[in-house]
Write a protein that binds this ligand. Structure first.
Ligand code: ATP
Ligand code: MG
Length: 322
């Protein structure tokens, strides 16, 4: 039957995003454990119904690379989306707790994201629009799946927080307001893969050179928040120190050469396979005509290597404490 809010028991807060929050819940009538995403929207009743209709498509998504959906419902003034609970959480919290991710696991992430994007596009004509580590989830069986894809244009327009839709993983063409395509997801994938392999977000905060901690010149994504650098110095918002404004970051994405996988150790030895760097370079071509598509990228040597890699993701996942 249809999901109703009164049928859920809340078990645990899983996280807070810009658009809402996610809670681990039990669906009492079935005993199923689910992740319930609550999105605070600002829309008229007719628009809310439209959003629910648009969200229907997620129920038809059936792929080993996509988080399963149990359905969506209105709980005024919120929209709730119930999905498969992934007990090892998202790759942003994983690397923040265990550090840089083994490049062989990063290879498996690349395979799953490419196959997931290929499924969404080929089967449903959906572009994901929000590829980033927090939307790539892991469970203890070792399965890696995508969540939070953009099925509903009305939903994005109606989310109460106006910061939604702006992402630090956005491609140059999207930042510049151009037409964007599935290739924008590929850019976001390239940024995501570097972030996982390095254990940090790959854009340089050029203004922090004089700033003291001297340790490195990279940012965690949660350190990048709207606002001016000067004004925000020393100020903390949501527990994160502000170091670079989103405007400065977007300027850098558009104007500077794309980031690359740092594939050499300080002693000159190779840190990552060359094939990984070549794949990521193709994801991060600034010209969309030069950038790979899910189809072309799936035949890259690194992807064939990663597919054939016998690494035991289930065993790896047991080492991820959540
Ligand atoms: P943003 O709002 O900018 O997209 P986000 O992806 O971190 O950021 P949410 O989508 O609200 O925000 O998710 C919050 C957190 O909840 C995620 O980081 C993830 O760790 C957790 N989460 C989301 N969906 C699930 C799920 N199906 N199973 C387990 N944990 C989940
Ligand atoms: Mg998310």
């Amino acid at each position: 039957g249809p999901l109703r809010n009164e049928d859920f028991v809340e078990l645990e807060e899983l996280g807070l995003g810009n658009g809402g929050s996610v809670t681990k819940v039990e669906h009492k009538p079935t005993g199923l454990i689910m992740a319930k995403k609550i999105i605070l929207i600002d829309a008229k009743p007719t628009v809310r119904k439209q959003i629910l209709r648009e969200l229907h498509i997620i129920n038809d998504c059936d792929s080993p690379y996509i988080v399963k959906s149990y359905g969506a419902f209105l709980n005024e003034p919120n929209i709730c989306i119930c999905m498969q609970y992934m007990d090892k959480g998202s790759f942003d919290s994983i690397y923040k707790s265990i550090g840089p991710i083994d490049i062989r696991v990063v290879g498996k992430v690349a395979v799953c994201v490419l196959d997931g994007l290929g499924y969404l596009y080929d089967t449903h004509r959906i572009i994901h629009r929000d590829i980033k580590p927090s939307n790539i989830l892991l469970d203890s069986s070792g399965s890696i799946r995508l969540c939070d894809f953009g099925v509903s244009g009305e939903l994005v327009n109606s989310i109460a927080n106006s910061f939604v839709g702006t992402s630090i993983y956005m491609s140059p063409e999207r930042i510049q307001g151009g037409d964007y395509s599935i290739k924008s997801d590929i850019w976001s994938l390239g940024i995501t893969l570097i972030e996982l392999a390095h254990g940090r977000f790959p854009f340089n905060d050029s203004l922090s050179d004089d700033e003291g901690d001297g340790e490195d010149s990279y940012l965690r994504p949660d350190q990048v928040i709207m606002g001016s650098k000067r004004k925000s110095r020393g100020v903390s918002l949501h527990g994160s120190k502000l170091t670079m404004s989103i405007i400065e970051l977007m300027h850098q994405i558009v104007k500077e050469p794309p980031p690359r996988l740092l594939d050499l150790n300080p002693d000159g030895s190779r840190r990552f396979p060359e094939e990984a760097a070549l794949f990521i370079d193709s994801c991060l071509e600034k010209e969309t005509s030069d950038r790979g598509t899910p189809r072309t990228l799936r035949s890259f040597p690194w992807i064939n290597m990663a597919r054939a890699d016998p690494i035991d993701l289930k065993a790896w996942a047991t080492n991820v404490v959540h």
